[in-house]
Design a binder for this molecule. Structure first.
Ligand code: G3I
Length: 321
């Protein structure tokens, strides 16, 4: 089973995101999520985001986030926590407010304090800052960038450290895997945080990838090392590899398996790559078809909870380490 193999191979965990509604209503889904030998780490797919935890100012609700936190507690799985500062799933009272530096700092501090204190002692890592770089390699436009410029990067990490000094503090983003302009900008982001004297422990590579366009194991490892050489951990935090068209040909299923093996293999090749998390594990539930219609089947189990070729590739690459 994947987590057992991953731990034997020297990783801290092999994990999955947990869909909050599926975990409560689909017992076949829940049985696999609760199997620590398969998934040694869980992360809430949506339940800890700002729109879920503080939908209106100063009113906090943790019902959804607690679903996954309680799964982790019950099974002794690591919990990754996701996410504190993000331009998306940000309630409009934040994104459309008219803020000064002082008033938005206070809004961020109240949010971070309440959410982190609720989960204190439970999170192996927190995605403090999510997706602050645009695909073009510019800084991502958001209310935070407009009010603070890049000062909100160190601000976010300093606030997070203040309210949970013991969790690992991560920057998390997608398309860093291609080692292009966006990757360069993420390197700059880490430098800005470090140069400001703020704490950052890790960089999460989301790895929302495409079958046949996934970089090689060696190139992925090279990209991970650009970050670990700055003194931070890395992890694959939201791995899925989608087919560009469906149904997938049998050759595409083989390619998908190879792509998965390259990603997991690159983590095994890099000393400070701590683990791999898939963004959901079954094609029955995935964010992809609604966002990229006509594409999908991106995960390691099919919609009937049968293991796919991609599962076998992952298990083989872990077993070979
Ligand atoms: O909860 C409401 C429900 O009440 C309503 O009836 C329903 C109708 O559309 O929407 C539900 O909210 C949806 C939510 O998922 C929970 O299912 C939102 O519309 C939908 O936009 C939201 O999508 C999530 C997406 O983030 C939002 O940006 C996906 O599930 C989630 O997988 C995805 O995850 C992100 C990571 O957090 C960050 N990296 C990229 C990744 C993929 O986009």
């Amino acid at each position: 089973q994947l987590n057992d193999l991953a731990v034997r191979a020297g990783l801290l965990y092999f994990g999955t995101a947990v869909g909050e509604s599926a975990s409560g209503s689909d017992s076949a889904y829940a049985a696999i999520v609760n199997n620590k030998s398969e998934f040694g780490q869980v992360v809430p797919e949506n339940g800890q985001k700002w729109d879920a935890t503080e939908p209106s100012q100063g009113r906090f609700t943790f019902t959804s986030g607690d679903i996954t936190a309680n799964i982790a507690k019950r099974n002794g799985q690591y919990l990754r926590c996701h996410t504190l500062v993000w331009h998306s799933q940000l309630p409009s009272w934040v994104s459309s407010g008219s803020w000064t530096r002082a008033s938005l700092t206070s809004v961020m501090e109240v949010h971070i304090e309440n959410v982190m204190k609720h989960y204190i002692g439970q999170c192996y890592a927190w995605d403090v800052l999510n997706e602050a770089v645009a695909d073009s390699g510019a800084w991502r436009d958001s209310v935070f960038l407009q009010v603070f410029g890049t000062d909100y990067f160190p601000l976010s990490f300093n606030l997070a450290k203040k309210y949970d000094p013991d969790t690992k503090l991560y920057y998390n983003d997608y398309n860093l895997e291609y080692n292009g302009a966006k990757t360069n900008k993420a390197i700059e982001l880490v430098q800005i945080i470090q140069n400001a004297g703020a704490p950052i422990d890790g960089v999460g590579f989301q790895a929302h990838l495409i079958v046949g366009s996934t970089p090689s194991r060696a190139n992925l490892a090279t990209t991970l090392r650009r970050f670990t050489s700055m003194g931070v951990d890395v992890a694959y935090t939201e791995l899925d590899i989608r087919h560009g068209s469906l149904p997938a040909a049998s050759s595409a299923l083989v390619t998908q398996g190879n792509d998965y093996a390259n990603v997991v293999g690159s983590c095994l090749d890099v000393d400070r790559c701590v683990g791999v998390t898939v963004w959901g594990y079954t094609d029955k539930y995935s964010w992809i078809p609604s966002t990229f219609p006509g594409t999908g089947d991106a995960l390691i189990y099919d919609s009937n909870f049968q293991k796919k070729a991609a599962w076998t590739s992952v298990s083989s690459v872990l077993a070979a380490a």
